[in-house]
Every structure is written in C-alpha cells, then in structure tokens.
Design a protein around this ligand. Structure first.
Ligand SMILES: [Zn+2]
Length: 267
C-alpha cells in the first residue's frame, strides 16, 4: 500500500492516444494513467490551502483561491470566465503585465463536441489543453482573434446558437454524437457573425479527435463533493476531462477540488 499526501490542483495533461494525465506533488508528477485498474482511496484531510499564495483557508473561491487572491489576482479576474468582460485592450486590468501575456494575445473561438456542439474561447497556447479539460470528443477552431475581448464578443453571439456548457453526465457516460456536424455549423458562421469579424474566421479547419484513457464507461455517474463525502474509493477505470471515473459510477472532478489537501492510497 502506497500513500501520498498532496494538494489537489488541475491535472496536467499530455497529448497522446490516449491522453496522459498527471497529478502534481511538490515538483514531481504522478502518472495517473498508471493507476487505471487499481483500487485507490482519496481522503480529504479537512485542510484547504490557496493554490496561489498557499495561505490556509476555511473557504476557497473560483477553483482554489483564498478570498484576498480571488478578489485581486489576475488569474481570478472576471474575464477568465467571461472573456467579453475583458478590458485589457483599453488598458484596464488587475495586472497589465499579466494581461499582455494572457489577454492581449491571439485567442481561438472553437466548437467542441460531446453530446452536442458547444462554443468556447481559449488562448492559442491552450489548444488542445482546454478541450481535454472539458472532456470534448472532438473539436475544431473556427476563428482566430487578436485578443481575448474580441473572441469573447464572438462567443456571446454564437451562444445564441450553440450552448457554452458541457453536460458532464453525458461526457462521463460517453454519450457522444456520431456526427457532430462541424461542417454544417462552420458553413453557417458567416451568416451568424457580423461581417467585420469575417476576417478572423479560419478556413481549412482541421478536426481534432481526443482519446481519453477510459477502460469502460459507467451507465450512470454520481459526482462526489469532498466537503460532503470526505472519502472516495474504488477501482479507477477512467480519466476524462478533469474527472476520475470509478467502476461503481462514482466520479470526482479534481479541478473543482483545487486547494483541497488529500491523502491518496493506492491498493
Ligand atoms: Zn491566496
């Protein structure tokens, strides 16, 4: 029996067939794919720490920030979740240097498919990481814009036609569309978007398929919240998005528990 104590944070990923997942422990990476088929136990110690400043906190906000960091850190600014609220192009941001590298750079608007087509926005450096984190089965970039704000405005319009959320239950039971209909959706874009944005549209799109390390998908899933159920254990049968999938249908969203101190035992 091996045991390790660590602070949960978003799993690192590497492209591949299948994709490879890693938990970060101090400076080391723990290969999560290697745990597939094994019995593992994750126990919450009751302690939470801010993933940015390390301060012990009784309550974390926005995926792992203490309240002071959540209200001041550039990583937790409103435009992270709502790109259309970005003001960096007007010289307004919590930290302009951070904004230079995160907002005032090329962004992609994309369509990603699981049980339906959804629209999203990401920095050009986050392809395909962003799609992997969402557990998309396939995805395609549809526009490249010079900053976050423009991509966000485009997304706001496209949200009227495509949802912007992934249904995690469908994703974790692999209810994937046979034909996501990317081409039909792409053909409609010039009609849906104002003409001044047509210069940003990408021609010659390539569809990226993503392959997750999943031995079998459960028929039904229930998501564990460590604040309510401080322990999850069972046979690990898959990893998709930021979720671990257990053979009895229990799943846990690792990213959602960023900053939670846990003890992980591998049987
Ligand atoms: Zn903090």
């Amino acid at each position: 029996m091996e045991a390790i104590q660590l602070l949960l944070d978003k799993m690192d990923t590497e492209e591949g067939q299948p994709i490879r997942y890693f938990l970060i422990h101090e400076k080391e990476r723990i290969d999560v794919n290697a745990l597939l088929g094994k019995t593992i136990k994750i126990q919450y110690t009751g302690n939470q720490y801010c993933i940015r400043c390390g301060r012990k906190s009784t309550r974390l906000f926005g995926q792992g920030f203490c309240y002071p960091c959540f209200t001041t850190a550039p990583e937790a600014e409103a435009c992270v979740l709502h790109p259309e609220l970005c003001r960096a192009h007007e010289g307004i941001a919590r930290d302009m240097e951070f904004a230079q590298n995160h907002c005032l750079i090329d962004h992609y608007v994309y369509l990603a498919a699981t049980d339906q087509l959804k629209v999203g926005v990401t920095r050009h450096t986050q392809i395909p990481t962003r799609w992997i984190d969402q557990g998309a089965a396939s995805a395609v970039m549809i526009a490249r814009t010079p900053n976050r704000y423009t991509a966000g405005c485009m997304e706001v319009i496209l949200k009227k036609f495509f949802p912007d959320k992934t249904n995690w239950r469908s994703m974790l039971t692999n209810k994937t569309m046979q034909d996501p209909g990317f081409n039909a959706a792409i053909e409609k874009l010039p009609i849906l978007l104002p003409s001044e944005w047509h210069i940003y549209l990408i021609t010659n799109q390539t569809i990226t398929k993503l392959y997750y390390p999943v031995q079998a998908y459960p028929d039904k899933v229930s998501s564990i919240d460590l604040l309510k159920v401080p322990e999850i254990s069972g046979k690990l049968i898959g990893i998709r998005g930021q979720y671990l999938i257990f053979s009895d249908g229990q799943v846990i969203n690792i990213r959602k528990h960023s900053g939670f101190e846990v003890r992980i035992e591998v049987g």
